[in-house]
Design a protein around this ligand. Structure first.
Ligand code: NAD
Length: 530
């Protein structure tokens, strides 16, 4: 799994996996030490990792996690991007992204179903159920943003992706996530216009800067149906490329005058977000795609930046309230046939689960393999456990060529607190409470997950988030049955309870229907939302 996150990463030399600074390990010596230690680790031992560096091997017991880690957790008052950069410079800390340092990243497909479900939700809410003949404008074709063009065409739309780095465009063309590229705005608009008219799906990568292209489209009176952005706007120093800069110039200015780079990035983001607000005013569906772009714009003078909705609240919350979220499985054998067999099992065993069955049918046809063959599927409470146990049986019976790892994005019901992304505008106002991800990690250790990680934000996300991640391996053994059953069930149980605690009716249905043991303090006279 560690090697796989690097295989799929954006800049292997620097150990950078995605989101501008999300790294797989502290540095190369730490990486090699981890690999050697993992090879020697014996049953009943646990490897402990602190911010991407192995610390020691502990004698635990044979049902304990094999690896536990804490990455980038700074004490509240010190959790600022400046302090993070300083510690990073000294080699004392690393930002693990959500899935990079926790060795759970599976390439752009890690967010592809999430992006697709957002588009589908917009189609249902605003366009009579289909994005055929609709124009989506977005930016950023990096590790995660690279999923957007394929999610857009899978949703049958015409999608224009503005990207400042030609190498990223070429990478997405090569992986099959993107269809066409140009550096000419007029040509891009002509292609998109033709696709809209003929109701054909199309993805176009436009070499350009979002801070220039978005305002220019608005100036020309061109209003897309849907507008978002997935550049690394969260990080002014290492992420967002300001207007007038090439990626190389950003690197040079960062070394010479970092404050200037930050200010230029902040001002460009402000210009882009003003254009986003302009599109919204003219009727486009505009949303923040989880990159803190509104937060940065507000710091740079766009007071109404938060008039733009966050995708989680606008489109996905009813799913999270049932603990339905980005679950994934990875064929450690490297055999694509294993994923195909699991696809077939899912279509047969979960045929009445519309979200999953529709997705698996599409993914089988459209989603290319990157690194180890893997699949993402938005499963919820009970279903994740059922799938994992069935797969463990398939491994045991020799129906698959090797073990399968189960994991999920940290952006999951009970696993993440981020008041500007995951937990914005929670019903009970509990947006900034980070107890839930911490409980999630402790519960996952008690529940015998193989790997458990606690992460907080780094770079521009410093002070903004806390999350937890788990991985459990189906190796066909009896112990794996126990680990999978307990850890996956308790993981989603906590997710349902987190949302029930915040007052979401979907969670209360789930509790009733699936026998979750909630302690209802309101029966003792307590306030249901306190
Ligand atoms: P990345 O650093 O790999 O890629 C960012 C891309 O944006 C790069 O290719 C860069 O060249 C491009 N870019 C930067 N400034 C630009 C500009 N002004 N105009 C055009 N292109 C520009 O990052 P990533 O992994 O793709 O993640 C992107 C953002 O999405 C991050 O902020 C990340 O935290 C966030 N994210 C959101 C979700 C979610 O669930 N919605 C999931 C993962 C990541």
């Amino acid at each position: 799994m560690l090697e796989n996150v690097l295989e799929n990463g954006e800049n292997q030399k620097e150990l950078i996996v995605y989101a501008s600074l999300g790294k797989a390990a502290r540095d190369w010596p730490a990486y090699h030490a981890i690999v050697d230690t993992l090879k020697q680790l014996e049953e009943g031992e646990t490897l402990v990792i602190q911010s991407g560096k192995p610390i020691g091997i502990f004698r635990t017991h044979k049902r304990a996690p094999l690896v536990i880690m804490a990455n980038c957790n700074l004490v509240g008052r010190w959790a600022t991007s400046e302090h993070f950069y300083d510690l990073q410079e000294k080699g004392l800390i690393v930002w693990g992204g959500l899935t990079a340092a926790a060795w759970q990243y599976i390439g752009s497909q890690g967010v592809i179903q999430g992006t697709y479900e957002i588009f589908q939700s917009i189609a249902r809410l605003h366009f009579g159920g289909s994005l055929c003949g609709k124009f989506i404008l977005t930016a950023g074709l990096g590790g995660m943003g690279g999923a957007q063009p394929l999610a857009g065409t899978m949703a049958e739309a015409a999608i224009l992706c503005v990207e400042a780095d030609v190498a990223r465009i070429d990478k997405r063309l090569a992986s099959g996530y993107l269809q066409r590229k140009t550096s000419d705005l007029n040509e891009a608009l002509r292609w998109i216009g033709e696709a809209v008219t003929t109701r054909a799906s199309l993805s176009v990568g436009l070499l350009g800067n979002a801070a220039d292209v978005y305002p220019e489209l608005l100036r020309r009176g061109i209003v897309p149906d849907i507008v978002t952005d997935q550049t690394s706007a969260h990080d002014l120093l290492y992420g967002y490329i300001p207007s007038g800069y090439t990626p190389e110039r950003a690197v040079a200015v960062r070394a010479e005058n970092p404050d200037r780079l930050k200010d230029d990035a902040g001002r460009s983001i402000a210009a882009e977000v003003r254009a986003l607000l302009g599109f919204k005013e003219r009727g486009a569906i505009v949303f923040d795609n989880g990159n803190n772009i509104r937060t940065q714009a507000k710091l740079y003078g766009v007071d109404n930046a938060f008039d733009i909705d966050i995708f989680t609240e606008a489109f996905l919350r009813p799913l999270f309230a049932r603990a339905i979220g980005p679950f994934r499985w990875i064929a450690l054998s490297g055999d694509q046939g294993d994923i195909a067999k699991i696809d077939d099992y899912i279509l047969q065993a979960f045929g009445d689960n519309e979200i999953v069955a529709n997705w698996i049918r599409l993914a089988k046809v459209h989603v290319p393999v990157e690194g180890l063959p893997a699949r993402i599927g938005w499963f919820g409470h009970g279903d994740r456990t059922k799938l994992a146990l069935a797969v463990n049986t398939m491994v045991r019976e020799g129906k698959l060529s090797g073990p399968v790892a189960f994991s999920r994005d940290h952006l999951d019901a009970g696993a993440m607190a981020h008041p500007n992304i995951m937990t914005e505008r929670m019903k009970d106002g509990s947006d900034a409470i980070a107890d839930w991800p911490l409980l999630n990690a402790m519960m996952s250790c008690s529940s015998m997950a193989d790997l458990v990680a606690i992460h907080s934000g780094g770079g521009g996300y410093a002070g903004y988030m806390t999350s937890a991640g788990i991985t459990v391996v189906a190796d066909g053994s009896e112990i794996a049955d126990e680990r999978l059953r307990t850890s996956l069930t308790n993981d989603t149980t906590l997710g349902v309870l987190r949302y029930a605690d915040a007052g979401y009716t979907e969670s209360h249905d789930e509790i009733q229907n699936k026998g979750i043991r909630r302690i209802a303090t309101e029966q003792y006279g307590g306030n249901p939302y306190a």
